[in-house]
Design a protein around this ligand. Structure first.
Ligand code: NAP
Length: 371
C-alpha cells in the first residue's frame, strides 16, 4: 500500500508535526488526490492558536488545510467528473462538522476531497497557482450568492451589466480578490478597498473604483462615490472590516452585509490558555463588539450575517461554482488564480513555516507549499 504522511496539529498551540497518516479510501462521491501543492489560510492559524474555543468539534490530533491541488489517484463510487490522473484543485473540508476529519484534511500527501468541491486545473496552470483558490473562492461565492447572505445573481455568460453595485471591503485579500472577480462575472459594478500598492491589481480583476482602507476618511469617501448608485450589498473581509462595512452600508442604503472576518484577531493567543487574561479580554471584546454591531444594524434595517466558507457545499451555490462556473471560466482564462502564489518551500515540514509567515502578515499573496 502507498505510504501517506501528514502535518499534524497534536495539541493546542503546538507546531505541526510531520509523520505517517493512514492511507484513505474514497467514499461515494469522493476522490483521493496525490497533493502537489497546498496553501495556508488564516483559518489554520485560528485552529492552531485558539483550538480550545474555535472549531471545538475538530478533535486533536488534527490534519488542517483547505486548499489542495493535485492529481486524482482514486475515485469513489458515483464519481463521474474525474478520472485517475486528472489534475484538480479542491476544497478539503476536513475541518468542518460531521466530516471525516483526518482523511479530509488538506495537509497530507493523499487527502480525500469531495467531487462536488473540485474542478479541473487547466493545462497551462501550475499546481501552486491552482492551490490559491479553493477556500477563498468558496467563501466569496457563499457570501455573494447565497440567499441568506447577499443573494446576488449568479455569474452568467455574456450577461449584460445589471446597473447595480457591490462593495467588497478588503479587495486584496484572497477572499476579496475572488469576490471582485465573481461579482463582476455576475454583472455587478464592484467598488473595493485595498492598500494603494494593490489598487492596480484590484482594477485588473474588474473593480471599477478602489479606495485605501487605511485612509481615515475612507467610509465617507466610498459613500460619496456611491451616491446615486443602487448598492445591493457589502462584503466585509479583513479583521476589523465589519464596523466600516456596516457604516458604509448605512451611508449607501445597502440592506445586506456579509461578514467574513471576526472583529478581533486570534493570532496573539498562541500559547494562551482559555483562563489567561489576554484570552478573556479578547473574547469579551469579540462578544461586546458583535452585540454593538448588531444593534447598529437593527437600527438601520441592515441584515449583517457571518459567512461560513463551506456552507456552499449544502446548497446550489456549490454546484454553480465548482461544476458550472469554475471549470469553463478557468479554462478560458476569464477567471484567474488570485492572489498570486508565493511558494514557501517543498515538503510537509514547510507547512508550519508557511503558517508562521502568514502570521507575520502577507499582502495580496497566498503562501503555498509544494508536495
Ligand atoms: N468566514 C469564513 O468562512 C472565512 C474563510 C476564509 C477567510 N476568512 C477570513 O477572511 C479574512 C481574509 O482571509 P484571506 O485568506 O482572504 O486573507 P489574506 O489573503 O491572508 O489577507 C491578506 C490581505 O489582508 C488585507 N487586509 C488586512 N487587514 C485588512 C482590513 N482591515 N481591511 C481590508 N483589508 C485588510 C491586506 O491588504 P493590503 O495588502 O492591501 O493592505 C492583505 O492583502 C480573514 O479574516 C479570514 O479569517 C473567513
Amino acid at each position: 500500500m502507498t505510504a501517506n504522511s501528514a502535518a499534524w496539529l497534536d495539541r493546542p498551540f503546538a507546531d505541526l508535526a510531520v509523520r505517517a497518516a493512514p492511507y484513505p479510501l474514497p467514499g461515494p462521491g469522493e476522490i483521493v488526490l496525490r497533493a502537489r501543492a497546498v496553501a495556508v489560510n488564516p483559518l489554520d492559524l485560528v485552529k492552531q492558536s485558539a483550538s480550545t474555543v474555535m472549531y471545538r468539534w475538530l478533535p486533536l490530533p488534527a490534519v488542517l488545510g483547505e486548499d489542495v491541488a493535485g492529481e486524482v489517484v482514486e475515485v469513489g463510487s458515483g464519481v463521474s467528473r474525474f478520472r485517475i490522473g486528472d489534475r484538480v484543485l479542491a476544497y478539503a473540508v476536513g475541518m468542518e462538522k460531521g466530516r471525516n476529519h483526518q482523511a479530509e484534511g488538506g495537509f497530507q500527501l493523499f487527502p480525500v476531497v469531495l467531487e462536488s468541491l473540485a474542478a479541473p486545473i487547466p493545462d497551462d496552470m501550475a499546481f501552486e497557482d491552482a492551490a490559491v483558490l479553493p477556500l477563498a473562492v468558496s467563501t466569496a461565492a457563499s457570501a455573494l450568492f447565497q440567499e441568506d447572505q447577499l443573494g446576488l445573481r449568479h455569474p452568467v455568460d455574456g450577461a449584460a451589466p445589471l446597473g447595480q453595485t457591490v462593495v467588497v471591503w478588503g479587495g486584496s485579500t484572497s477572499v476579496g480578490s475572488n469576490a471582485i472577480q465573481l461579482a463582476v462575472a455576475a454583472g455587478y459594478r464592484v467598488v473595493t478597498t485595498a492598500s494603494p500598492a494593490r489598487h492596480g491589481r484590484a482594477r485588473a480583476l474588474g473593480a471599477s473604483e478602489v479606495f485605501d482602507y487605511r485612509n481615515p476618511t475612507v467610509v465617507a469617501d466610498v459613500v460619496r462615490a456611491l451616491k446615486g448608485s443602487d448598492v445591493v450589498g457589502v462584503l466585509a473581509v479583513g479583521t476589523g472590516s465589519a464596523e466600516p462595512a456596516v457604516a458604509l452600508a448605512a451611508g449607501a442604503g445597502a440592506k445586506r452585509v456579509a461578514l467574513a472576518s471576526p472583529s478581533v484577531s486570534f493570532d496573539a493567543l498562541r500559547g494562551r490558555t482559555p483562563l489567561h487574561p489576554d484570552f478573556l479580554r479578547l473574547m469579551a471584546r469579540l462578544v461586546a463588539g458583535n452585540v454593538a454591531l448588531q444593534a447598529r444594524c437593527r437600527a438601520r434595517g441592515i441584515r449583517a450575517r457571518f459567512v461560513w466558507g463551506s456552507s456552499l457545499m449544502h446548497n446550489e451555490v456549490g454546484a454553480m461554482l465548482w461544476e458550472s462556473f469554475l471549470p469553463d471560466a478557468l479554462a478560458s482564462g476569464r477567471y484567474v488564480a488570485s492572489p498570486t502564489a508565493r511558494v514557501v518551500g517543498s515538503g510537509l515540514t514547510q507547512v508550519q513555516v508557511a503558517m508562521d509567515a502568514l502570521r507575520d502578515g502577507v499582502s495580496a499573496r497566498k503562501l503555498v507549499v509544494l508536495l
